[in-house]
Design a protein around this ligand. Structure first.
Ligand SMILES: [Zn+2]
Length: 123
């Protein structure tokens, strides 16, 4: 779609069945089409064992491997949120800054990683 010439030479291999498509798409930040919760970008939070997202209301440097986002992400987990998204592993508050590929949990988090800085992993 982007290139109409030289497509034979530049073809990507991601449609080859032999490639492990799971690892092909591992990134720290996943982009999503307009989801029901309004998130455009998602990271996997190791404090909550689930995804957190943000959209264009935040400032994001666009780096999908080593993101910086501001201002902070404040997530309040409700029981129905957890059960509708995935396993209800955690209910509470998660407040973090994402800087240079790290997630910095503020002290008002109610999970065990409160006050700690953790490297975000591809998922
Ligand atoms: Zn979290």
């Amino acid at each position: 779609m982007l290139k109409s010439t030289n497509e034979k030479d530049l073809q990507l291999d991601d449609t080859e069945p032999s490639l492990p498509s799971d690892t092909e798409h591992l990134k720290v930040v996943h982009t999503v089409a307009n989801s029901g919760i309004g998130a455009k970008y998602l990271i996997f939070c190791p404090g909550c064992n689930c995804c957190h997202g943000w959209n264009d209301r935040w400032t994001f440097d666009g780096n999908l491997d080593c993101p910086t986002v501001s201002p902070s992400l404040l997530v309040t987990h409700l029981p129905n949120y957890a059960s509708s998204k995935s396993e209800p592993t955690y209910d509470g508050v998660c407040h973090s800054f994402i800087r240079n590929g790290n997630i910095e949990f503020l002290s008002d988090c109610t999970h065990k990683l409160a006050g700690q800085t953790v490297k975000l992993e591809p998922w």
